[in-house]
Design a protein around this ligand. Sequence first.
Ligand code: IPM
Ligand code: MG
Length: 360
Amino acid sequence: MKCSIGVISGDGIGPEIVREARKVLNAVAAKYGHDFEYTDLLLGGASIDAHGVPLTEETIKKAKACDAVLMGSIGGDPKTSPWYQLEPSKRPEAGLLGIRKALNLFANLRPAYLYEELRSACPLRGDISAAGFDMIIIRELTGGLYFGARRTEEVDGVRTATDTLSYNENEIRRIARRAFDIALKRKKKVCSVDKANVLDSSRLWRKVVEETAKDYPEVALSHMYVDNCAMQLVMNPAQFDVILTENMFGDILSDEASMVAGSIGMLASASLNDTKFGLYEPSHGSAPDIAGQNKANPLATILSAAMMLRYSFDLDKEAEAVETAVRQVLKDGYRTGDIMSDGCAYADTERMGTLVAERI
Ligand code: IPM
Ligand code: MG
């Protein structure tokens, strides 16, 4: 199969982790007879350095022409990076939000899974982690607070800032459908997370999710307030199958879910629209503090590449080969610093990528 893959190496640890994911993709191509063609795309700080803006029309056009995009991470250290001297709409993060919106990537899938081998990296009490967990967070990605009107002004001499949280029923329905469709292929449980005891947007969310559920009689739907969900994720993560939630809640809960899975360095993600196209990136950030040191965990990016094989190219067998190779490396006792435990062998970024590629 011939696939054209846009590659956003990005900032911080981005180039290092993307390099390892490409190494693994090349091993897949060689083994299964595929032809992966890569096009480099600029986004975030790298785009600011080259063009003065975090996202250009050219990057959008080139990304649209690819079958899928693989991304590392964008952004720098706000305290030291000159990118953060720019106005907010010109900073690296605005580029990421811009490309999500431009490509209509409304569905963000973030699987959080506790690997048997990483149980000791799990910060939860042993009796809780013993139950294991395997959940996927479906986060709405192009609406809500991230994209509502915002302003900072002085009102009667008092500095005042406003962000707007708004959802319409169409935006809610399409992400709810995605969550139910995914649940059908899993344990058929959807937990919709909102703050319907306070927010109007959440009350509409709950209503539309309930209406949508009528088309999915096999799926068990429950609702949970976001504060309770934050607590349940550390108290009893095994209860979750599919978590469906809006943009901001999903941002926060997915970081939490990744940490109970051992490390944010393990959490992959796929951002999808209504077609087979997707943007695949680790859920973690650009970790500028360890950039260029060959220390970062590339597994979330490698697992994101596996999601790309599955969701954009329908290469299920190849996706499984990547996931199995990752598991095998962990079984064989190799760890990056973030998931290190007693008796394991340290692998740097480059070595970790090679170890996975060798097992394809
Ligand atoms: C994420 C990140 C982004 C987000 C940032 C970098 C804008 O935290 O993908 O979770 O908030 O969506
Ligand atoms: Mg986040």
